[in-house]
Ligand binder design. Structure first.
Ligand SMILES: Cc1ncc(COP(=O)(O)O)c(C=O)c1O
Length: 403
């Protein structure tokens, strides 16, 4: 007999849909059928091979025993944390409060455990990365959403304010996750005006109760325009320094270093030195994974201290972000050539297209053309990270025929 399971865990279907659709695409490909598998969430080159950054792997292969084997400190290696913070905010000279986590996922989980209680609600923009709801469900919490800013009309700031105030009224505190810039799955970033409006609301509502604003930064190295990422991070830093809202960031080496399987990341709050927060995070680390893998921390430390390696890595990132932007531009043109709306793209691995009246049905119909995408309530997630530029016309034709 099974022991009594928690309903939130028992009932959650997880990533089954992505696995199912990906497996279907792979089965067809194994049969020799030319498929377009846009269900994938990792970067592939035009030959269909997983992209692994040479600069990173060369350092990984040189790691010494001492850089691999010993336990890392519970909260993570301090040099690693500072290097990771400075990858995002180069002028910062201290970590503030931060701990290592197994990827951005681990960092997100830590925010739920430390800022909310069972039964509480975390707020984000929809569409969102599917595991957000798993993370919330797993700890008996709910994910509430407001619409991601519309391409034409921008942020629905009224919806944000209402949601923030409702949550604060119900639970006395607010946690917001924002995957910006380079959003999964829309492939877009907040404009300066969207960002300013959201920060105004968060500042205003913070008079109602404590607000924690957590940036989920997973795809920044793959922005169409790196300067826009810099501006966004600087705006968020300036907002954090005001001190009305606690601002933190979930950082990850999964995409940045193509070290998906190494499970490296961190949760950082660079603009506070609150020792109670640090203690709480350390307790959570010890109480869940104890400490994180030392090898990826050592690789980051090696690259961070060597300007030549940094330049080499930057050149690799520039190559791949150009490829992604080229794919997005080509897809946009192919969609327009079919008389459809194009696809906006600022960065990351995905774009989201209109799913028609029923995204599930549209996705099913596209499969008849051997084109595989992920249906969302808000549309179709298309992994340009795994779609060749040469396939965009076939993709657009199959999509049009399926709407
Ligand atoms: C939006 C977003 N946040 C966070 C993550 C976390 O990735 P990881 O746990 O591998 O760092 C991902 C991975 O796909 C993501 O897409």
């Amino acid at each position: 007999m099974l022991p009594q399971l928690l309903p939130t865990r028992r009932d959650f279907a997880g990533d089954d849909l992505i696995f199912t659709l990906n497996a279907r695409a792979q089965k067809r490909a194994a049969e020799g059928v030319p498929v377009i598998n846009a269900t994938i969430g990792a970067l592939y080159d035009d030959a269909g091979k997983l992209v692994v950054l040479d600069t990173v792997m060369e350092q990984w292969q040189q790691l010494t025993n001492a850089e691999v084997a010993p336990y890392a400190p519970i909260g993570g290696d301090q040099t690693y944390l500072l290097n990771l913070v400075q990858r995002h905010w180069p002028t910062l000279t201290s970590i503030g409060v931060g701990v290592a986590a197994p990827g951005g996922s681990g960092a997100l989980a830590l925010t739920l455990k430390n800022f909310l209680d069972r039964g509480d609600t975390v707020l984000t923009a929809a569409p969102y990365w599917g595991p957000y709801s798993t993370l919330a469900a797993e700890v008996g919490m709910t994910l509430a959403t407001v619409p991601y800013p519309d391409v034409q009309t921008g942020i629905d700031i009224g919806a944000w304010e209402a949601a923030c105030r409702d949550i604060l009224e119900a639970q006395g505190r607010l946690l917001v996750w924002l995957n910006d810039p380079c959003h999964n799955p829309t492939g877009r970033s907040f404009t300066k005006a969207d960002r300013a409006a959201l920060m105004d609301v968060l500042r205003d509502v913070s008079s109602q109760g404590p607000v924690t604003f957590v940036l989920d930064l997973a795809y920044l190295d793959y922005a169409r325009d790196p300067q826009q990422v810099r501006e966004a991070l600087d705006d968020y830093a300036a907002f954090a320094q005001e001190g009305h809202v606690l601002v933190g960031a979930c950082l990850s080496l999964s995409k940045a270093y193509t070290l998906y399987g190494a499970r490296a990341g961190a949760l950082v709050f660079p603009w506070t030195t609150d020792s109670a927060l640090h203690g709480a995070l350390i307790t959570s680390c010890r109480g869940t994974w104890s400490n994180c893998a030392r090898s990826p921390m050592s690789v980051l430390n090696r690259i961070s201290k060597d300007p030549a390696l940094q330049a080499k890595l930057e050149a690799e990132h520039a190559h791949w972000r150009t490829l992604l932007a080229t794919r997005a531009t080509a897809l946009d043109a192919a969609l327009r050539a079919q008389g459809l709306a194009g696809c906006a793209y600022d960065g990351g691995f995905f774009v989201t297209l209109d799913g028609g009246a029923d995204p599930d049905a549209t996705c099913e119909k596209m499969q008849a053309h051997d084109v595989f995408v992920i249906p969302l309530p808000e549309g179709l997630r298309v992994g340009i990270c795994a779609m060749r530029e040469a396939d965009v016309s076939k993709f657009a034709a199959a999509y049009k025929a399926s709407l």
